[in-house]
Design a protein around this ligand. Structure first.
Ligand SMILES: Cc1ncc(COP(=O)(O)O)c(C=O)c1O
Length: 459
């Protein structure tokens, strides 16, 4: 279980470490002030705004990044899990330079787009695929395809999961206790404003790790649900693992109700295993969505699956469009990333390092009796700041027990940050290792975590 450290101590350490961030990052603060005039919140995407203020980066190499004040960090954020190849990997730099020298965009087919499609189909066991420019577009197009194929309007989504910023999935991402409704019949809660109510209501909500709830929901909406979109392992609430048998049950239930099962592998795709979630969990959905790491650091996404579904993408069928789709620069980077950098052997090393990192953090948790646990898969991992293993969003948010301790989580981020490790800001994320991370990076992370543990427990 672990013991929760004293709140007064947490508060005073948070104050001291925040002060240290201020002292170390004055230029980030200046850039932040300046950016507020031209960009809402001073950032390009609202997710980049995090306390105490966004840190502006300048450059990176390998596993390390440097901010505009010249501070160097071991990068565990890795661009929200994109940089599994590590920064400025020589093979990616070469591929991009070569491509840039002979033309970066045509909106006409190029060989590398086909080669990358072939590689993705082979590696992720899908028949056909199409490209997009982001994870959002990948899930948006996969959902449209499911609706087009079935002629049904409703979709199902897991409570607390994130699948990008299009209307159909901006639903029940962080629903508050007063709006979320009972566990048996969760409400469809809009995320912020700007989404028509009618669209929000087409997205039905189920808790993760509860196959019976899904079965009940699909029975109650028989013949009306086009698809179910889910992350096979929840990755926008730290990490919440599927319980044994859950994914198999979801597969069977969707098939029985004629509902297209879509795995959102935007985060898991090229990070948790060579063949993604299907390799780890042995369950095959009908469609898979990709982005982030498959582009080798460029804005590339895509989705694909069974041939007879993908065949509906046709001029008079389901539209799938985009000026930049299959862009040569991104396709070249993705191709080299998948075939030359994120090779089968690379995952052995990612697993080894991740195991070492998880074991190091768990040792600290046990030694200092912290109310936390570790979990991870492939190159992804997290310290979960909760005393008991979490199984869904309600548990994570503390609506069913203790949930994640935001104060502890934020304080540990401040410690990592001020001890030379850049973890994703905010409490929702997990770390992503790259093929350029080393034991030295792991040691730096674990040492910073131990400093945090020692000071917060007063040991
Ligand atoms: C699981 C998942 N799906 C989709 C998306 C959206 O991807 P993008 O930000 O590239 O639009 C994200 C982004 O974090 C994600 O984590």
């Amino acid at each position: 279980m672990g013991r929760r450290p004293d709140q007064e101590r947490i508060d005073s350490l948070t104050k001291a470490r925040t002060q240290l961030v201020h002292e170390r990052t004055p230029k980030s603060r200046e850039w932040r002030e300046r950016s507020l005039a031209s960009l809402p919140l001073g950032v390009a995407s609202s997710f980049q705004d995090a306390p105490p203020y966004p840190i502006f980066f300048e450059r990176a190499k390998g596993s390390r990044v440097w901010d505009v004040d010249g501070n160097e960090y071991a990068d565990y954020h890795n661009g929200f899990g994109v940089m599994a190849v590590g920064h400025a990997h020589p093979k990616i730099v070469e591929a991009l330079s070569e491509r840039a020298a002979i033309g970066t965009h045509f909106a006409q087919p190029v060989a590398e787009t086909t080669l990358l499609a072939e590689e993705l189909c082979r590696r992720f066991r899908i028949d056909q695929m199409r490209f997009t420019n982001s994870g959002t577009e990948a899930t948006m197009d996969a959902i449209r395809l499911a609706r087009g194929v079935t002629g049904r309007d409703k979709i199902v989504k897991i409570e607390g999961s994130y699948h990008g910023h299009h209307e159909s999935v901006l639903v029940s991402i962080r629903p508050s206790r007063d709006k979320m409704g009972p566990r048996e019949t969760p409400a469809s809660v809009e995320f912020g404003s700007g989404t028509p109510k009618a669209v929000t209501e087409l997205t039905l909500i189920v808790p993760y790790n509860d196959a019976e709830a899904l079965d009940r929901l699909l029975a109650a909406n028989a013949g009306e649900v086009a698809g179910m979109i889910m992350e096979p392992v929840m990755m926008n609430v730290g990490i919440i693992d599927p319980e044994p048998g859950y994914l198999e049950a979801v597969r069977e239930i969707c098939s029985r109700h004629g509902v297209i099962l879509i795995f959102d592998e935007v985060k898991t795709g090229a990070t948790i295993a060579y063949g993604g979630a299907e390799e780890v969990y042995g369950v095959a959905p009908d469609l898979k969505c990709f982005a982030k790491a498959v582009g080798g650091g460029t804005p590339l996404g895509g989705f694909g699956g069974r041939g007879e579904l993908m065949a509906e993408i046709a001029k008079d069928g389901v539209p799938q469009l985009g000026t930049f789709n299959g862009n040569p620069l991104c396709a070249r980077a993705g191709l080299v990333a998948l075939t030359e950098v994120l090779t089968e052997g690379a995952y052995k090393e990612l697993n080894r390092l991740n195991d070492a990192q998880l074991a190091g953090c768990q040792r600290v948790i046990d030694t200092y009796d912290l109310p936390c646990y570790t979990t991870g898969v492939g190159g992804k991992g997290a310290v979960m700041y909760a005393p008991e293993r979490l199984r869904d969003y309600r548990a994570y948010a503390g609506f069913d027990g203790d949930g994640v301790d935001e104060h502890l989580s934020y304080l540990s981020w401040l410690y990592e940050m001020t001890e030379g490790v850049f973890m994703t800001p905010g409490i929702d994320e997990q770390w992503t290792l790259s093929v350029q991370h080393t034991d030295e990076d792991v040691a730096r992370y674990v040492n910073a975590f131990e400093t945090f543990a020692k000071e917060v427990t007063g040991s």
